[in-house]
Ligand binder design. Structure first.
Ligand SMILES: [Fe+2]
Ligand SMILES: [Fe+2]
Length: 292
């Protein structure tokens, strides 16, 4: 594994935020003024871009079909830890990068900003809950997983990598790209076989989906499972693997995405004041402890 990146893992969230900032650069808020976009461009200095490129180089090189299989076999046993959702939130927040307090928004704040924006728009409570927990799968980082196996755009494995995926050139180093089982348009899949039959690159999305699949309505599960699948929900690159039903459910994924990307507000939400509301909401849908 690349040394530069291993060293950076002492403060993983700074890089996770860099991934998220990069998403904003790729998909800027259409409602933002040109001036803000300009400020943003200045903010994304070349050093950050290099870190993000390196992140994707690792992600695209090592996320193979076999890697995903291995990670699923390990993490989908859910034998690592048992916690309430609140303990998991606290656990996740231990990762806050304090080297850059001005830009680091802790994970709880990102979750609350997302969910409060959903709530303000009058959406159903399960949608609010989905916003509140959509990134809980990032606890994978606390189990020692490298960032490229936790965050980043997700994409199907077992078939050809679309050139609509960010930094597609890095897939040249992925062994699946030269494996004839996996490097054709459909690879191991049938046309329109449905996304439930498609293995996605491993990360916080699939992990949390598997944890939540018995508890939340189907649109919520799609939002959790595919919120980082930008090459589909933004670029429409994998429709050939999807069913009509997938497309219908992706309307929810699309509805969710702006809340994830564009909900940063100048005044951070008051986590303490909001906690009772979210405690009730969590208790309505989820058991008191969850297996991680
Ligand atoms: Fe996420
Ligand atoms: Fe997020």
């Amino acid at each position: 594994m690349n040394q530069k990146f291993t060293e950076k893992e002492v403060s993983p969230l700074s890089s996770m935020e860099e991934w998220e900032d990069d998403l904003l650069k790729r998909y800027p808020d259409p409602e933002e003024s040109a001036k803000t976009k300009e400020e943003y461009r200045n903010y994304v200095d070349s050093e950050r871009v290099d870190t993000v490129r390196e992140f994707y180089r690792l992600n695209h090189t090592y996320q193979t079909y076999d890697f995903v299989k291995e990670k699923r076999a390990d993490f989908l046993k859910f034998d690592k830890r048992e916690m309430s959702l609140w303990e998991a939130v606290d656990f996740l927040n231990t990762l806050v990068d304090d080297s850059d307090p001005d830009t680091s928004l802790d994970q709880l704040q990102h979750l609350l900003q997302t969910s409060e924006a959903i709530r303000a728009d009058g959406h159903p409570d399960w949608f609010v809950l989905t916003g509140f927990m959509h990134d809980m799968g990032k606890v994978l980082c606390l189990f020692g997983e490298p960032q490229w196996a936790v965050v980043g755009d997700t994409f199907p494995v077992g078939c050809q990598h679309s050139d609509k995926i960010v930094y597609p050139e890095f897939f040249a180093a992925n062994p699946d790209s030269t494996d004839e089982r996996y490097n054709t348009k459909y690879g191991i899949y049938e046309p329109n076989c449905g996304l439930d039959n498609v293995r996605m690159s491993w990360g916080h999305d699939e992990y949390l989906y598997q944890m939540m699949k018995d508890y939340l309505p189907e649109p919520a599960l799609y939002m959790i499972r595919y919120h980082s699948f930008y090459s589909q929900h933004r670029e429409n690159a994998y429709s050939h693997l999807m069913t009509e039903h997938d497309h219908k459910m992706f309307e929810w994924v699309n509805k969710f995405n702006p809340y994830d990307l564009y909900s940063k507000v100048p005044v951070p939400p008051d986590a303490k004041a909001l906690r009772p509301y979210y405690e009730d909401l969590v208790a309505k849908y989820l058991p008191s402890t969850l297996k991680f």
